[in-house]
Design a protein around this ligand. Structure first.
Ligand code: PEP
Ligand code: MN
Length: 342
């Protein structure tokens, strides 16, 4: 038993009663109020619930049905929720709705002046969320590691100036408090996709999470990581395909566009695509961004830098603001062709 579907207008008292029952069996619950139905997602090892016990719950007041989910990820599965989850950031920015959301900005926050400049440029071009890393996962310990809290403060200033909510990476739970102070979306990077303790940490906070796909993670492993976050209570999770490692060396990674329709079948979580890290080369970003929209992505994440040659990280895959503006214009008819807006 994994989902309890409630009858319409079931009273709070009946819901409490059902939750108590679950608790007595060592299970936890996530109550999800839909527009038409309220459902209870049962969290924990439900395999030990016998058929008789399941029938007893089915007979409780307010219960319409009890359903077993066969997938190992339950809260994240489409069986659990049929419609795509909408994550509302306020100010009209909803991820997972008809309108596609575009996250754009530099790989790293480098300094105040360049950040303010690029924030205004991407906003003017139509980006709806601003990105920038203050804690950077770099392959070499000698590379620029990010400005830390100073960088987060600049991001907050850019948000104030442009009105754009910000997404920024959390690498370590020791930085969670400071990230909570500034970010609108917490990014979990590819290298931490299976850092299960970190996933549980962000599962315990009230802030949307963008979970990037691990470098060599299967879609199932990725969804299990989303489940870690959701099992702790935080249901506002979006997935970000950013390329996986294959034998191919012509591109930095291989952007797995087939992940988009696969995820649409398997999960209700919104799907974001990051072609920048997917291909690693600026001139390949636009075609893959277009393909991602055509394939049904709910949003994009694109690296933009005012002067890519001078970038402290990922300059070779960053678009100049003018190229980003052109791409945004070119995406419009593609979005319209698949019933979306941008
Ligand atoms: C980034 O967004 O700059 C980044 C480091 O991404 P990823 O974790 O996908 O490599
Ligand atoms: Mn980057």
């Amino acid at each position: 038993m994994d989902i309890i579907v409630l009858l319409p207008e079931t009273s709070e008292e009946h819901i409490r009663h059902i939750l108590k029952k679950l608790e007595s069996k060592g299970l936890k619950a996530n109550v999800s109020q839909g527009t038409e139905r309220t459902i209870i997602g049962v969290i924990g090892d439900t395999s030990k619930v016998t058929e008789e016990e399941e029938d007893a719950i089915r007979a409780m007041s307010g219960v319409e049905n009890v359903v077993r989910i066969l997938k190992p990820y339950k809260l994240a599965s489409r069986e659990f929720r049929r419609t795509t989850t909408e994550i509302d950031l306020g100010g009209g920015v909803v991820i997972g709705g008809k309108k596609l959301q575009v996250m754009a900005g530099p790989c790293s926050v480098e300094n105040r002046a360049s950040l303010m400049l690029v924030a205004e440029k991407v906003r003017d071009a139509g980006a709806t969320i601003f990105r920038g890393g203050a804690f950077k996962p770099r392959t070499s310990p000698y590379s620029f590691q990010g400005l830390g809290e100073e960088g987060l403060a600049y991001l907050a200033e850019a948000r104030k100036k442009t009105g754009l909510p910000i997404v920024t990476e959390l690498m370590d739970s020791r930085d969670l408090d400071v990230i909570m102070k500034y970010a609108d979306i917490i990014q979990i990077g590819t290298r931490n996709m299976q850092n299960f303790r970190l996933l549980l940490e962000v599962g315990g906070v009230d802030k949307p999470v963008l979970l990037k796909r691990g470098l060599s993670a299967t879609i199932k492993e990725w969804l299990m990581s989303a489940e870690y976050i959701m099992s702790r209570g935080n249901q506002r999770v979006m997935l970000c395909e950013r390329g996986i490692r294959t034998f191919e060396t012509a591109t930095r990674n291989t952007l797995d566009l087939s992940a988009i329709p696969v995820l649409k079948q398997l999960t209700h979580l919104p799907v974001i695509v990051d072609p920048s890290h997917g291909v690693g080369k600026w001139d390949l970003v636009a075609p893959m961004a277009k393909a991602a929209v055509a394939a049904g992505a709910d949003g994009l994440m694109i690296e933009v830098h005012a002067n890519p040659e001078e970038a402290l990280s990922d300059g070779e895959q960053s678009l100049r603001p003018e190229m980003f503006a052109t791409l945004m214009r070119e995406l419009k008819p593609i979005a319209a062709a698949v019933g979306r807006e941008i």
